[in-house]
Design a protein around this ligand. Structure first.
Ligand code: BTN
Length: 237
């Protein structure tokens, strides 16, 4: 997989920008990467905001075309989460994964991923907290590479280092969907086999995190012993 990076000083949201570009530029190639030094209206999963101060963090989106099967789409973000966790581990930050696609360090979120289906493919948007000095403005426990290591990182260099990890994991996903991503995904999920609660709007279900299905859905084993798939929600351990 080849990536072509375009940096912008300021964008409302790299996901929205890529979507809008697709509408006017029908030939936009797969692997197009749009990165913003300042993202003013970043969006998160489930309608939430993604807050990122200018020049502090990595915020970018990748266009992946030609993966028609919509059932395959959620696993693209899971493959990207594995890539980010691997980069962080290589940088000495002990990152792990929380379904569906959060990257965390010591239970605090360091990276969020928002994937959105577009005609003929998917946009995978990644927000990685790099040089953020304080997480008090964020409504959930959050951290950054700086907060974890005491060291500032060059954001451009970090993106360059992340791309080979993304290329490897997304190539696996392209070849075989979640079943190809599963091994590296599960190896980084500490809550596997543990009791969890999944909240989705008003609904709340608890049980053991039994594993992940063929499309990356979470498999919850409830008290009765029944294992049922969960397609959306927030997991807490
Ligand atoms: C989440 O955990 O809720 C997902 C956060 C995704 C944030 C990234 S930053 C780059 C891209 N552009 C956006 O507006 N959102 C994603």
């Amino acid at each position: 997989m080849e990536f072509k990076i375009q940096w912008f000083d300021r964008l409302p949201s790299t996901n929205i920008f890529l979507k809008e570009r697709m509408a006017v530029e029908s030939e936009l190639p797969s692997g197009t990467v749009v990165a913003a030094r300042d993202q003013t209206q970043g969006r998160g999963r489930r309608g939430r905001d993604w807050l990122s101060a200018a020049n502090e963090n990595l915020t970018f989106s990748i266009l992946l075309l030609g993966n028609g099967d919509p059932r395959k789409l959620p696993a693209a973000a899971m493959a990207a989460a594995v890539a980010v966790a691997e980069l962080l581990q290589a940088e000495g930050v002990p990152a792990d994964l929380k379904w569906p696609n959060d990257v965390r360090v010591g239970g605090k979120k360091i990276c969020g991923i928002l994937s959105e289906g577009v005609s003929g493919g998917i946009i995978v948007g990644i927000g990685l907290n790099v040089n953020m000095r304080c997480a008090d403005h964020i409504d959930q426990p959050a951290t950054s590479i700086l907060l974890e290591t005491g060291e500032r990182r060059n954001i451009d260099e970090l993106l360059e280092k992340l791309l080979p990890h993304l290329a490897a994991r997304l190539a696996e996903w392209e070849q075989g969907g979640f079943p190809k991503v599963r091994k590296n995904w599960e190896a980084n999920v500490p809550s596997l086999g543990k009791p969890v609660t999944v909240r989705d709007g008003d609904s709340e279900r608890s049980g053991l995190l039994a594993g992940f299905g063929e499309d990356g859905e979470l498999l919850l084993q409830e008290e009765s012993g029944t294992v049922s798939p969960v397609w959306a929600g927030d997991v807490s351990v």
